[in-house]
Design a protein. Sequence first.
Length: 418
Amino acid sequence: MESSKRHILCIDLKSFFASCECVEMDKDPFTYPLVVANPKQGDGAITLAVTPYLKMQGVKSRGRLYEIDKHIKYYIAKPRMSLYIAKSKEVIGIYLDFVSDEDLLVYSIDECFLDVTNYLKMYKMSDEELAEKILNTIHKKTKLTATCGIGPNMLLAKIAMDIEAKHNKNNIAKWTYDHIKTKLWPLTPLSKMWGIGKRMEHNFNMLGINSVGDLAHYDQNILKDKFGIIGVELWNHANGIDLSKIADFKKIAKTESFSHSQVLFKDYNENNIKIIISEMVDVLSERLRKNNKMTKCISLGIGYSKEIDNGFYHSVRLDSPTASNYEILRYCLIIFDKFYEYLPIRKVTICCGDLQKRDNIQLSLFENIKEENKPNNINSTIDAIKTKFGKNSLLKATNLLNDSTARERNQKIGGHDS
């Protein structure tokens, strides 16, 4: 059966951190006003989670304590990641009672995808009946409440869960391809859709794209020129197209890769993190050139501050391989703009995978070879100067900014100053 015609469940544990704390205290998260935050950080502490009871009063997760209305009474619980991990494992064990490991994708600590296509006949149930049984089992065994979206692919299952399931009495919503025009296209703002963050929403708004329907009807060639492969992917998603399978996410990468990771000494945000990303791309692209390699898969990971203990790691596959600083940085920033949640950043990871020898690359008949080689010739000259005189012998202007870490790192890894 094609991946686009499957029965996919996307299950999310509602207000997970706060609900775990309530279960431990024998409190009902739908009637108890609890906030998960670090009380030692005062009113500026980030609200990592709030109970559904507080959400109904307008209190939001990932805000600050001082943003909560002074008239709302609430209790604070210090975050306990060991508890949340243990509860998550318990729920995953329940999923594995219904499906095999190959049909389960753990998307985050509180969210999973299940492909139940091949189990419906065995259980003699519809996908909605099976979803209800799984949710009831979770609540019976853990006292946690879950919501579920059902769709013919992972995308529609996820969006059905995000947009509609939480509003339904049984916490389940099913979307089919027939719902694309009536439920998906009217979505606005764009950040309501899975895979579009606030920054990418802004980029689309600048093009006059304000709803998912606008995106679905936009010229995908323009989107590809501006946002590369990700632009085409989001255009497909706006039209309900998602050919990915759970198995695609479970494959272990066997190709050679170069990666670079940096733990930051202070909190960074959208205003200064791009300096760090650019410097790390320079390091990786120099390594690619020295090894006569090019990359066809670029990944960016962002880790938020310790109190949040979360982040993202996403990849994009290119049509053709590259070792260009400009191209690698461009895709890293597109990934960043797509997924960044405006939270304090403490770790950045960049990986260049699916490496190929530059000598083996097939050139396009439509490229100007001389123009294509100009950036590489310049970069090769810069590489030679740094090899001879030290990594700090040539610096970009941004390397002199206070938020830059390049000069300090260069000295630590043996780059002698001139």
